[in-house]
Design a protein around this ligand. Structure first.
Ligand SMILES: C[S@@+](CC[C@H](N)C(=O)[O-])C[C@H]1O[C@@H](n2cnc3c(N)ncnc32)[C@H](O)[C@@H]1O
Length: 298
């Protein structure tokens, strides 16, 4: 494993995750995907199945199998690398970068996946705000629930753009958006603060992408939200609201939207017109593809 950890990188993540994964085993790690698919709370939260649907959608859009050469893919802030491993299984030539090394939290977990699935990918211990790669190195960069941990998202995006090849794409997947309703919530404190949760609004992501020089930006209706709307059961298991804003949000998602969703006309309207205002007002995990122009060098 290449150790490029920057002095400035915050090391809070490993510490605050240590308790969460105190009972972890290699099998626990290998069960991550199964846990997500079955919404097992020990790996992820109740909406995890929807998150995996969003990831699947992004992977479809990466067209990994269609590329003649092996796609060079950077998994930014890859954590345990369970998604890097899935992408390596699909034929991508992957590099996983994270600032956490410890097994069950960070990059050392990859040994377990590689041994089990006979995959291989590089691991780089480093800071996503100081990317240690040559310009124009990757075809795809994935940020799965990751870039919102950067203290400076625009700066991190500029670096991502530099390491992408001309014509390459960044996928922001399951990045949470800050919502208007969040204005009424209690401020982020405790473990969330230590983990450096720093989401911006949907508008904030789009602006930061433009300012970082991405030329073509596309957003997808998240299949995870479709699933949530289609299955009241999962919706009703939404977690404890932190404040008034989240109560409104959960009432809206859990009670109002599913009712509308029963009508085909409203289903169409929700998907076609209501998602983006909804993401602005209520907050949502988004899937955004942003490309570097084929004519742009670093
Ligand atoms: C929510 S986890 C997501 C991990 C992985 N992408 C996934 O979806 O399972 C966020 C990750 O960001 C990493 N991280 C936070 N700040 C970072 C930084 N400045 N540079 C590199 N990694 C960072 C943490 O160590 C953690 O693994």
């Amino acid at each position: 494993m290449v150790d490029m950890r920057a002095e400035t990188a915050s090391l809070g993540w490993e510490t605050c995750q240590a308790e969460t994964v105190a009972d972890a085993t290699d099998q626990w790690l290998l069960d991550t995907e199964v846990s997500y698919r079955s919404a097992n709370i020990s790996h992820a939260r109740h909406f995890s199945y929807g998150m995996l649907l969003n990831f699947d959608k992004a992977v479809d859009e990466m067209h990994l199998s269609e590329a003649g050469n092996r796609t060079q893919l950077l998994d930014l802030a890859a954590g345990t690398t369970w998604l890097t491993d899935l992408l390596a299984q699909r034929g991508a030539s992957c590099v996983a970068l994270d600032m956490a090394a410890a097994k069950y939290v960070g990059l050392e977990s990859a040994d377990v996946f590689m041994k089990k699935h006979l995959t291989y990918y590089e691991r780089v211990l480093g800071d996503m705000n100081k990317l240690p790669f040559r310009d124009n190195s990757f075809d795809i960069v994935l940020s799965h629930s990751a870039i919102h941990h950067s203290p400076n998202i625009r700066d991190a995006l500029s670096q991502v753009r530099a390491v992408l090849r001309p014509g390459g794409s960044l996928f922001l997947v399951n990045e949470p958006t800050l919502s208007l309703s969040g204005l009424f919530d209690a401020p982020i404190t405790g473990e969330e603060q230590v983990r450096g949760e720093n989401p911006t609004s949907l508008f904030g992501y789009l602006l930061a992408l433009r300012r970082a020089g991405f030329s073509s930006i596309r957003m997808y209706f998240p299949p995870g939200l479709s699933h949530r709307l289609d299955t009241l059961a999962e919706t009703n298991r939404l977690g404890d609201p932190r404040g008034k804003g989240q109560k409104v949000k959960y009432f809206f998602i859990g009670r109002i939207l599913p009712l509308w969703n029963r009508s085909p006309v409203f289903r169409y309207i929700i998907r076609r017109y209501l998602f983006w205002p909804y993401a602005f007002v209520v907050g949502q995990f988004v899937i955004i593809k942003a490309s570097k122009s084929a004519r742009q060098a670093a």
